[in-house]
Design a protein around this ligand. Structure first.
Ligand code: ADP
Ligand code: MG
Length: 269
């Protein structure tokens, strides 16, 4: 069985990937991107620029028209579905669950790649679920039906499910959407801790460039299915890049709180 080597510099790599859906076959086109191991990378870009499509392609969830996605140098398509799910966890955008599921039921689903067909629930499974509930602040809500939760609580339950999967690579599509500012910060801090303390590799789609600058190591800007800029957050967050990718005028100053780049929009008032 292939073990995950955290010393390898590139965890996941898109090699000239073209992918899409039916009529729209080139949502992302000839896209090349290397995701460094042990880093927190943010994917950002306008609506419809292909962020979710790229994330699904990186997770091996989308058939590619051209190119390849490699996980530690081997094509994702060469891994069994179960092995891939032990290595890469993905939180899709706007996930949905069957009715009547409790928070704990959902989080337990995260253990499926670690379990045999008839194997018993192990202490490791229990521990992983409890840790995921604690990390997302949901321990007290474990018994609650998912349908009875607020949007933010639901979002955290989904994140807990992916955490229970205990994968070295985590791909999260808009994990902070629906969360109030305090819970956004909590999730971003958690992701950063998973990277710095546990050596995980995290890729998250976020809309807030300033949050990306504060919490992530690297930033990838997509536009029209192509990478427009990529690098450490400091080098990517510039007024020119924001104009080129989002068509907004802004100035980037140094955040007095922590020295990270801070984008200020120029209003037309
Ligand atoms: P983003 O996440 O950056 O907003 P997406 O990757 O979701 O962008 O979508 C990029 C393009 O692909 C959009 O034009 C969208 O309409 C199209 N698209 C996304 N998902 C599907 C799908 N399941 N079927 C057909 N087209 C899709
Ligand atoms: Mg999306």
């Amino acid at each position: 069985m292939r073990e995950f080597d955290t010393d390898m510099e590139i965890a996941l790599e898109a090699r000239s990937v073209t992918a899409g859906y039916g009529q729209q076959a080139k949502v992302i086109e000839a896209l090349c991107l290397g995701i460094k191991s042990g880093t927190f990378t943010v994917l950002a870009g306008p609506n419809g620029s292909g962020k979710s499509t790229l994330l699904k392609a990186l997770a091996g969830f989308l058939p590619l028209t051209e190119g390849a996605v490699e996980l530690q140098g081997a094509p994702v398509s060469s891994f069994s579905a179960k092995r891939l799910a032990q290595l890469v966890g993905i939180l899709p955008q706007g996930p949905s669950a069957p009715e009547g599921l409790s928070v704990e039921d959902l989080v337990r689903q995260g253990r499926y790649p670690h379990r045999g067909l008839f194997s018993r629930w192990t202490p490791q499974d229990t521990h992983a679920c409890r840790a995921a509930l604690d990390l997302t602040g949901l321990a007290d809500l474990a018994e609650r039906p998912l349908d009875s939760l607020s949007g933010g609580q639901k979002q955290r339950a989904w994140i807990a499910m992916v955490l229970a999967q205990q994968t070295p690579v985590l791909l999260l599509d808009e994990p902070t959407t629906f969360l109030d500012i305090a819970h956004q910060v909590e999730i971003l801090s958690l992701l950063r801790r998973l990277v710095k303390e546990n050596g995980r590799t995290v890729v998250a789609v976020l809309h807030d460039i300033n949050q990306a600058a504060q919490y992530a190591d690297r930033l990838v800007l997509l536009k029209g299915g192509r990478v427009k800029a990529e690098g450490d957050t400091r080098s990517v967050v510039t007024g020119e890049a924001m104009d080129a990718v989002f068509g907004v005028r802004s100035q980037v100053i140094t955040n007095p709180v922590d020295g990270t780049p801070l984008m200020l929009l120029e209003s037309d008032l």
